[in-house]
Design a protein around this ligand. Structure first.
Ligand SMILES: CC(C)(COP(=O)(O)OP(=O)(O)OC[C@H]1O[C@@H](n2cnc3c(N)ncnc32)[C@H](O)[C@@H]1OP(=O)(O)O)[C@@H](O)C(=O)NCCC(=O)NCCS
Length: 141
């Protein structure tokens, strides 16, 4: 993801209520914030994005979404693979994330990609209030 992708990325985020609703400015300032971003491209169009942050050998996936009409075409799998390779090359050993308890689709996606459930955060989300399922993927045994 580069600065010029921010507008397309925020437009995808608006179509995906399950994703974190970040303002365009956050995507435009990824580098400054120390975050890493990846986009998926179909034809000429950005159809998905993934944002992570990493520090001290650990990374957290902060946001991931694919346009509704482009789902189940492997775009998220491709972005996650690229992200995991990039993060591993930076020395990341473990990747964490939180996902709404009701978001069964994303949980199935992450489990299929090798993430395991590691816990739960009570009432982690607002509007609506809901628990988070915590997941982890260990890149180095
Ligand atoms: C979760 C999400 C990113 C998956 O994107 P995607 O591009 O459709 O995923 P992929 O096509 O790469 O899926 C890879 C595999 O994950 C699994 N998977 C993906 N979506 C799934 C779903 N809704 N239900 C069950 N399994 C799913 C399947 O095994 C799939 O392989 P298959 O299509 O060959 O069966 C997408 O549904 C999305 O944007 N959801 C809204 C935002 C969101 O929930 N973000 C996560 C917040 S933490």
């Amino acid at each position: 993801m580069v600065t010029g992708d921010a507008q397309a990325v925020v437009a995808i985020g608006r179509q995906c209520p399950e994703a974190a609703g970040w303002p365009e400015e956050s995507y435009a300032r990824l580098e400054e914030l120390g975050y890493r971003g990846w986009v998926a491209v179909a034809g000429e169009e950005i159809c998905g994005f993934l944002v992570a942050r990493c520090a001290a050998g650990e990374a957290e996936i902060l946001n991931l979404a694919v346009k509704p009409e482009r789902r189940r075409q492997g775009h998220a799998r491709g972005m996650l693979r690229a992200a995991m390779e990039g993060l591993k090359a930076e020395g990341v050993r473990e990747v964490y994330l939180e996902v709404r308890e009701s978001n069964a689709g994303a949980q199935a996606f992450y489990e299929g990609a090798g993430f395991e459930r590691s816990g739960r955060r009570l009432s982690y989300y607002e509007q609506p209030k809901e628990d988070a399922v915590c997941m982890v993927h260990r890149l180095v045994p």
